[in-house]
Design a protein around this ligand. Structure first.
Ligand SMILES: Nc1ncnc2c1ncn2[C@@H]1O[C@H](COP(=O)(O)OP(=O)(O)OP(=O)(O)O)[C@@H](O)[C@H]1O
Length: 468
């Protein structure tokens, strides 16, 4: 399958022989490369290139007015981002070497087979596509600015890693290749897939399917559709999701849970760009961009044989990993404000004021369910809220009994007692723990008590005793 660039770069064919121009245009068009422009006069080439849109020039060497080699040098000097393939009537090694030294991307003699010329053109276009993508990404990273911040409006974050992800998505949004989004459950992978779809410039819809637990037949039926009579009970023709997503995006969620037989089908679809609806022998073309997401470590699944290597490498052409919420805790206050407003709007209530202790409490939590868990906590708290300052109780209940695992406190690098000359007594250790918990909770007894795994009255009693 010839994968075209989106939007495709133009190819300029330069030769004084109209018959050659016609024949090469047709050959390229048959291979799906239709964005060609022809020129019979070498003197006009630089003006055409100055107008933009051309990525590749196919240049004849022997032309009147301006020699091909001079033109090749001129293109290299003034338009270094444009690739030139020389197509010459002369089969001379010295000429080929001279042209390559002048910067030609490739050199063909005119008698070359059509297939080889087409592969040369496709190779050059792919290289240009990669360069263009790389340049766009570098520009975006260097400037640190998003060109389309509105596309990410539903994602609330002030985190640098998240902003780098947004830049990357902008850079690869128009690519026809798959995008793999990984990250724990609830980090916002689906929102990111929607943003990527919004930026792709595709006119079609985003069609989502969760493929976890689908047996192979159901997967094939859902994606490829079927014709009437394909199997018992198939009394209507059904369009598959690939067709529904035509000119848009097909989003396959939980791809790490796809069965091996379904992985084979997906791989074939990506390799061939075609599929057969169940019961049909007429192939249909894949016209949708594929985005996949998983909360699993796909590299580890591939290494353990649970995921096909060839499919994994195809899917991860573009890839991003969304960090868990506990690695971007500065986002918590922003998200709390956002969800408080959203919950109040949805529930028809006045937006409650969060107590100061709420942020201290949340800062001690690891959020195994990530943003989804925080959102649910806030919606629950706002639902039971009766006015004034929001109560901490629903949050304390949601977080549940704390264990060392759930607390968002960095583990000690070495032994706790490494710096001490002697081991403290129980009473001394208890006192040290109380002081440490009060420091970490910034003096809040409710949170300190949770950190210590005791009740707040028990802590209060210890503090009183310590003061005596
Ligand atoms: N940065 C964010 N800003 C606002 N809302 C967010 C953000 N991240 C996630 N959410 C919300 O959290 C919930 C979970 O997000 P989403 O479904 O995109 O996560 P996911 O990573 O795809 O989860 P899963 O792996 O379980 O499918 C959604 O309600 C989403 O709107």
């Amino acid at each position: 399958m010839t994968e075209l660039l989106a939007p495709p770069l133009g190819v300029l064919l330069v030769d004084d022989e109209p018959a050659w121009l016609r024949s090469v245009s047709l050959t390229l068009a048959r291979a799906g490369i239709t964005n060609t422009v022809t020129c019979q006069d070498g003197r006009l080439v630089m003006d055409i290139l100055a107008k933009g849109g051309i990525g590749l020039v196919l240049l004849d060497l022997t032309m009147p007015h301006l020699a091909g080699e001079d033109l090749l040098a001129l293109i290299g000097e003034r338009c270094p981002e444009i690739a030139t393939i020389v197509v010459s009537g002369m089969n001379q090694v010295e000429t080929a070497v001279r042209c390559m030294k002048l910067g030609a991307f490739d050199y063909f003699v005119k008698t070359v087979e059509e297939d080889r010329l087409v592969s040369g053109v496709v190779r050059a276009l792919r290289m240009l596509e990669l360069e263009r993508e790389n340049r766009a990404m570098t520009d975006r990273f260097v400037s640190g600015q998003l060109r389309h911040p509105k596309a990410f409006a539903s994602l609330v974050t002030g985190d640098r890693t998240m902003h780098a992800i947004f830049s990357y998505i902008e850079a690869v949004a128009a690519s026809p290749k798959p995008l793999l989004i990984s990250g724990e459950s609830g980090v916002g992978k689906e929102l990111i897939a929607r943003a990527a779809h919004g930026l792709s410039g595709c006119s079609g819809p985003l069609v989502s399917i969760n493929v976890a637990g689908l047996d192979d037949t159901v997967f094939a039926d859902a994606l490829f559709g079927h014709v009437r009579g394909a199997y018992t009970g198939a009394d209507q023709t059904r369009r598959g999701m690939i067709e529904e997503a035509a000119h848009g995006t097909l989003f396959l969620d939980e791809i790490g849970d796809l069965s091996i037989p379904s992985q084979v089908k997906l791989l074939r679809l990506l390799q061939e760009g075609e599929y057969f609806p169940l019961g049909s022998d007429r192939p249909k073309r894949l016209k949708a961009r594929i985005i996949v997401a998983t909360h699993r470590d796909l590299a580890a699944r591939e290494a353990s044989g649970g995921f096909r290597r060839d499919l994994y490498y195809r899917l991860r052409t573009h890839q991003i990993h969304v960090p868990p919420l506990r690695e971007r805790m500065d986002d918590v206050p922003l998200l709390v404000e956002h969800f408080l407003a959203e919950a109040a709007r949805t529930l028809g209530k006045k937006k409650p004021t969060p107590p100061r202790e709420l942020f201290q409490l949340l800062a001690t939590y690891r959020f195994p369910g990530n943003v989804r868990e925080l959102k649910a906590m806030i919606f629950d708290a706002v639902s039971v809220h009766r006015g004034g300052v929001l109560s901490l109780d629903t949050f304390i209940r949601a977080i549940g009994p704390v264990s060392g695992e759930a607390l968002n406190v960095p583990p000690p690098e070495k032994s706790l007692f490494a710096g001490l000359d002697r081991l403290p007594t129980f009473a001394e250790a208890a006192e040290l723990l109380v002081v440490e918990a009060m420091t970490r909770s910034k003096g809040n007894q409710t949170i300190a008590a949770r950190l210590l795994g005791i009740s707040q009255p028990a802590l209060s009693k210890r503090l009183k005793l310590a003061r005596q």
